[in-house]
Ligand binder design. Structure first.
Ligand code: UD1
Length: 458
């Protein structure tokens, strides 16, 4: 793997230098989906046979999940984008907080471990920069499947009720269609005794990918991708080979970047219907979209303001809300962006405004009045998708920008700057330099603090 996330100061001492007023041209190869790869790694714990995963993206999040599996005794062989996962000899022990911290998807291992070994112990994933992120849906569902769960000193301890040796099927209705809870419960129910029905299930493509791999392993899952999923539990699951689906969020980010810079690019491979809601909004805002097989081409034109409201799939993905807001800052007219999934996912607004944007946020609804141009400046990303939004804003702007906080970006975008540079963007990763002069930029206290942390780490 190329990731170097183990060295904590490594990423904090880097930044991307981006020359603004960029135009993008050419093709981008889209990597495997981060959110699929993470849950497929967790699902590999369900069998003692080998799983061969192809098209695994090289990301620090995937590296973290791999380290969690290794800590349990899983043998992992990596070759380029292929992972061979062997969970034959694993020992059930409490996962250390340092490994789980910062990777919410690590909690998704609970369902697989519980179903295969009858017990699991995982530290609470906690909140993150985008909100509280509770786990009540996971816990309630596992309870319904026959698990006893206690939370002691921030550790979630789950075990199958004493008189039973397996989880048992149940009817579960989720209060909200949580992606992670749906995945946890599908994995747990795959090895349960009898039938489980999950209603109000999440329908995201990554869930369909998980079910496809589990069915190859011998699971009996019906109607993945629908609001009601049925799982007939089996006694054992086997090894298989599986290819991770393309990352719809990475593809969407590049398409939005092209729209924002009035550029023409093609993204592939993609599954176009995974991006339907995003493509509709891009077309509505003036871009020309051509879908052909497993590729999407965009021809960015003048940008019209459009409203978006994030929603569970097939609605507009919350993961593309920040990049789309960067696009709307320079749209003609005023737009409204409503974030309905996460409580604190507008961290990019303050910086977009400092770049010259005109955005007011109230109750998770952003009112944006399009401006003619943005100014480049020093920026610090505070979460994965807002970092991507800041890079898009830097591409649009009329000066040089330096984007810090790359530890967030590298969690979820494989070789982002290399891909942009292949599209003709003048972008370089600067390493181990101190920020000398940012006096021209207006800085808030939080940005000043981030910059001072970066300088300490550099
Ligand atoms: C996954 C994705 C993330 C995406 C999100 C929503 C992964 C690794 N991450 O995160 O990129 O932004 O889906 O599409 O796949 N909730 C509860 N109780 C719970 C669980 C969730 O109230 O037990 C709420 C959350 O607070 C949030 C909403 O449900 O408001 C959606 O969260 P969820 O779908 O669970 O997100 P993740 O699976 O964590």
């Amino acid at each position: 793997m190329v990731c170097e996330s183990n060295n904590k100061s490594y990423l904090k001492s880097q930044n991307l230098k981006i020359i603004g007023r960029s135009t993008l041209r050419g093709e981008v190869k889209i990597s495997g989906a981060k959110n699929s790869a993470l849950v497929l790694l967790a699902a590999s714990l369900l069998t003692d046979e080998k799983i061969i995963l192809d098209n695994v993206p090289l990301l620090t999040d995937v590296e973290k999940m791999s380290n969690i599996l290794k800590n349990l005794g899983v043998k992992l062989q990596t070759k380029d984008h292929q992972l061979i996962i062997d969970s034959t000899n694993i020992s059930i022990k409490e996962l250390p907080y340092e490994l789980v911290n910062g990777l919410r998807a690590s909690f998704f291992c609970i369902g697989a471990l519980l179903a295969r070994f009858g017990e699991a112990s995982i530290p609470l994933p906690g909140g993150c920069n985008i909100g509280k992120r509770p786990i009540n849906e996971h816990i309630n569902g596992l309870n319904a499947l026959g698990a006893e769960i206690i939370i002691e000193k921030e550790i979630v301890k789950a075990k199958i009720k004493e008189e039973k040796s397996r989880l048992y099927g149940a009817n579960i209705r989720l209060n909200c269609p949580s992606v992670g809870a749906t995945e946890t419960l599908i994995m747990a129910a795959s090895l349960a005794q009898g039938r489980t029905v999950i209603e109000n299930a999440a329908r995201e493509p990554e869930i369909q990918d998980l079910c496809q791999m589990l069915n190859k392993m011998g699971a009996k899952i019906y109607d993945a991708g629908k609001e009601k999923i049925i799982i007939d539990g089996v006694k054992k699951l086997h090894g298989c080979s599986h290819k991770v689906i393309p990352d719809r969020i990475e593809a969407g980010t590049f398409l939005i970047a092209a729209a924002a810079t009035s550029s023409s690019i093609t993204v592939s491979p993609v599954i176009p219907n995974h991006l339907e809601a995003v493509l509709n909004k891009l077309e509505e805002s003036g871009s020309k979209i051509i879908k052909k097989g497993n590729s999407i081409s965009i021809n960015g034109k003048s940008i019209k303001a459009v409203d978006i409201k994030t929603a569970p799939f097939p609605g507009f993905p919350t993961d593309l809300q920040a990049p789309f807001m960067a696009l709307m800052t320079i749209a003609k007219g005023s737009s409204k962006i409503s974030e309905t999934i996460f409580e604190n996912r507008m961290n990019h607004v303050e910086l977009l405004n400092q770049m010259g944007g005109s955005i007011i946020v109230k109750n998770n609804i952003a009112q944006i009045i399009g401006v003619k141009k943005l100014r480049g400046m020093t920026l610090v990303g505070s979460d994965l998708r807002s970092s991507a939004a800041l890079i898009i804003a830097a591409l649009i702007s009329n000066r040089v920008s330096r984007v810090y906080g790359l530890e967030h970006l590298d969690r979820g975008y494989e070789n982002f700057e290399l891909k942009l540079s292949h599209l003709g963007v003048n972008i370089t990763r600067e390493k181990n330099i101190k920020i000398k002069d940012v006096s021209n930029d207006r800085k808030t206290d939080s940005i000043k603090k981030n910059l001072s942390d970066i300088n300490k780490a550099a």
